[in-house]
Write a protein that binds this ligand. Sequence first.
Ligand SMILES: Nc1ncnc2c1ncn2[C@@H]1O[C@H](COP(=O)(O)OP(=O)(O)O)[C@@H](O)[C@H]1O
Ligand SMILES: [Mg+2]
Length: 311
Amino acid sequence: MTTDDGRSPGPAAEAASAAPAPDAVTCLALHYAFGETRAVDGVDLSVRAGEVFGLLGPNGAGKTTTIRCITTLLPVPAGMVRVFGHDAAKERMAVRRLLGYVPQQLSADAGLTGRENVALFARVFDVPRRERAARVTQALAAVGLTDAAGRLAKTYSGGMIRRLELAQALVSAPRLLMLDEPTVGLDPIARTSVWEHINAVREATGMTVLVTTHYMDEADRYCDRVALMHRGRIRALGTPDALKSALRARLRAARTPPTSATPNPAAASRSSDAAPTLEDVFRDVAGSGLDEQSGGFRDVRSTRRTANRVG
Ligand SMILES: Nc1ncnc2c1ncn2[C@@H]1O[C@H](COP(=O)(O)OP(=O)(O)O)[C@@H](O)[C@H]1O
Ligand SMILES: [Mg+2]
């Protein structure tokens, strides 16, 4: 149930309605090809309202293409995408009004101040004129940039730029925030800071967060559920704990009897009693060829040298 402008009628009306709230995102048999490259090859995915959902996978897995189909920046050539019940192919404007998007590439203007950058997004996203100044101030405060708001973005560190981009996406008060590799290229302290700000805003507003990352450790720590994507397909989906426990159980089963002649390769690569990590789960579901085919997990950093390009 939505009003004419595509926004939710609010919590009271939603509670009164008998129908369950739609998922924030639903993808059914989503396909997208660049010529011969099947970037997204039959993705089924549901992101529940209010959760932090991680789309994980190495470089080239198809994460960005999937995200861009959900944002309506790319068409949906085959399959279906819905955002809070709205069809991304048929109701593009309604979908766009519901989401904030921080792309993998830079979106902040180095020659503007932090405040000017956020104010620009407030105008582009049609935040009512009367509310703009307050909303810009609020968005900057939410990402911890109040004191730096008057400085040019080119003087910001990489972590500050990423938080500025987060403020740009937040200023329209989206119900769904989509972040493509929000922490790539940042040092560990800046990465933690970006995540803490995302979480604080999520807790304050109840918005849904869909994030892509190739950092498995971050996803494990901050995502409610994750989907592991490889070569255009989702290979596993669940809470990080459930995925790790399932692998652990499979490895245990594979070790009995202990003299088994065909041990699971994932088991052989680790000491036998170590708890599996999410990266172990990924290697298990992706099978061999992960590093050769897709560049592995660690070479995406060069895609985003924030500080260099802004400076
Ligand atoms: N604009 C494009 N033109 C041609 N091929 C592309 C384009 N964008 C992505 N691809 C290819 O699609 C596949 C998935 O890419 P992408 O969605 O960017 O993956 P990820 O975000 O997981 O790194 C890769 O093989 C990539 O080379
Ligand atoms: Mg990408």
